[in-house]
Structure formats: structure tokens, C-alpha cells
Design a protein around this ligand. Structure first.
Ligand SMILES: [Zn+2]
Ligand SMILES: [Zn+2]
Length: 125
């Protein structure tokens, strides 16, 4: 009788240990899963960041292309100017006998793009 009880107790203990072991395993698997998820999220985050940076770079490149295409070029020596004011200043000091802008139709000279615009509008061309 006593032996039987002992055996029963041992079995109970074994069962509990087995359950504990299984729970431990389950916990470990869950931890692993969580880590894997974390890793994937981290990777996704990094990819997103990379994509955003690339997009930003593309936008910046597009912007710089815009500014580069927007210049005034002296037709005497090919010097480029970012704005009209420095272009006209250059013309007045380096080429005082020439105008920075000429009307394409009647070839009249002007000192500003606005003036040539007004001229063409008033002349109707
Ligand atoms: Zn020049
Ligand atoms: Zn004209």
C-alpha cells in the first residue's frame, strides 16, 4: 500500500515535471517568435527608412535639377548666373555696349526680362 502510494506520488511528480518542461518549451518558443517578430519589424523599419531616404534623395535631385535648369547664361563667354540681378550686373560692367536681353522678333535690347515681356506684350508679339 505504501509502495503504491509512493509510486503514485512519483508519477504525479513526473507528470508535473513533464508539464513544467512543456510550459518552458512553449515559453521559449513564444520568446523566439517574439524575437523573430521584433527582428522582422526592425528590418521593415530599416527598409522603410532606407526607402524614405532614397525618396528624399530623389526629391533633392529633382529639386537641384530644377535650379540648375533655371539660370541665365551670358552669350559672350557662357558664364551662368543663378538670378537675373547678377546676370544684369555682370552685363552692365563687362559688356556695357550690349543688352542682356534681346527681343527675338525685333531684336531690341533690354535690361530686364520684365521689360522685354512688357515690350512684347505692347507690341503684340
Ligand atoms: Zn559676359
Ligand atoms: Zn520686339
Amino acid at each position: 500500500m505504501k509502495r503504491q502510494e509512493e509510486m503514485k506520488r512519483k508519477e504525479e511528480l513526473k507528470r508535473q515535471e513533464e508539464m513544467k518542461r512543456k510550459e518552458e518549451l512553449k515559453k521559449q518558443e513564444e520568446l523566439k517568435k517574439q524575437e523573430e517578430m521584433k527582428r522582422q519589424e526592425e528590418m521593415k523599419r530599416k527598409e522603410d527608412l532606407k526607402r524614405q531616404e532614397e525618396l528624399k534623395k530623389q526629391e533633392e535631385e529633382e529639386e537641384s535639377e530644377d535650379t540648375i535648369s533655371y539660370y541665365y547664361e551670358c552669350y559672350h563667354e557662357g558664364i551662368k548666373f543663378q538670378d537675373e540681378k547678377s546676370y544684369v550686373t555682370h552685363f552692365k560692367s563687362e559688356h556695357p555696349n550690349d543688352y542682356p536681353f534681346y527681343c527675338n522678333i525685333c531684336h531690341k535690347g533690354f535690361y530686364s526680362y520684365m521689360a522685354i515681356d512688357n515690350h512684347c506684350r505692347s507690341k503684340g508679339h
